[in-house]
Design a protein around this ligand. Structure first.
Ligand SMILES: Nc1ncnc2c1ncn2[C@@H]1O[C@H](COP(=O)(O)OP(=O)(O)O)[C@@H](O)[C@H]1O
Ligand SMILES: [Mg+2]
Length: 260
């Protein structure tokens, strides 16, 4: 079982879009995929048309005593082999309510350990804040994918995120390979091209040598949840995600010591 956390402390960089595009892509290759929505904003959950009220069962139930079983929270999607677990908006209050409960940072890892063997890939769509939920994702993951908008201001967010991953890696004493995915790239702008080069100079082969372009078709994330996507949907953005997936699968094949 591969566990990929899709994380960046900045919002609006394409985390949810990346989770859905990679999740769908992996399922189309025949892998059994479970996407877990860890963001109280619940964008991934909404893409599947799950209403916020009444609150669906979901990630919050993994933090209950006793915790729910992940299998009981997984919902099937229209796409064969592609399942998901909902986020509830009450996740936003989890950190405050659980301040005095030690050990909650490992709730996701424990849930996934109990769940082992039922899926080939688990994709964790993280919130844009460094808190209990992101720490849970990074503690459980065996790879972190950092979607980063190819524009100058996003570089600060990338630096903080890489620092966070380094910190988690040291505390858990297990490698956490990082893959940086440039997103929302506009090749016509100088700022976009400069940022891409800076990412590559700073982070070398941890950065995908290509980029996900700006493509307005992909804003309709609901299309990614359908077995048959509306005609005309498959554009440059989706094609780029397919290439990104090939790169990620190939890097997963590299032994951990080399990848870290
Ligand atoms: N490649 C892209 N081209 C154009 N718009 C995009 C692209 N990727 C994401 N978006 C749009 O940008 C916004 C933020 O994307 P999202 O995946 O929700 O980011 P995050 O999860 O990091 O907050 C959404 O409106 C989404 O539709
Ligand atoms: Mg999101």
């Amino acid at each position: 079982m591969h566990i990929w956390a899709i994380a960046n402390q900045k919002g609006g960089v394409g985390k949810t879009t990346t989770t859905l595009a990679l999740g769908r892509g992996l399922a189309m290759l025949g892998h059994r995929v479970l996407m877990i929505d860890l963001d109280p904003h619940a964008s991934l959950t909404r893409a599947f048309d799950v209403p916020a009220e009444p609150p669906p069962s979901g990630v919050l139930d993994l933090f209950a005593t006793p915790p729910a079983d992940l299998s009981s929270l997984a919902r099937a999607s229209e796409v064969e082999h592609l399942g998901y677990v909902c986020a509830q908006t009450a996740l936003a209050t989890l950190e405050r309510r659980s301040a005095n409960q030690p050990g909650l940072g490992l709730a996701m890892q424990q849930a996934l350990t109990r769940h082992a063997g039922q899926h080939d890939y688990i994709l964790l769509d993280c919130p844009p804040t460094l808190g209990l939920l992101m720490i849970n994702a990074l503690a459980a993951a065996d790879r972190v994918i950092i979607p980063t908008q190819a524009e100058p201001l996003a570089l600060h967010g990338l630096t903080s995120m890489v620092r966070t991953v380094d910190m988690v890696e040291r505390s858990r004493r297990r490698p956490l390979p990082t893959s940086i995915l440039p997103t929302l790239f506009d090749k016509r702008t100088r700022a976009g091209n400069d940022t891409l080069r800076q990412m590559q100079d700073s982070y070398g082969d941890r950065v995908w040598s290509d980029a996900i372009p700006v493509d307005t078709k992909i804003c309709n994330v609901k299309a990614l949840t359908l077995a048959a996507m509306p005609s005309g949907y498959a554009g440059r953005g989706l094609a780029a995600y397919r290439r990104a997936l090939e790169w990620l699968i190939a890097s997963d094949a590299v032994p951990m010591e080399q990848a870290a």
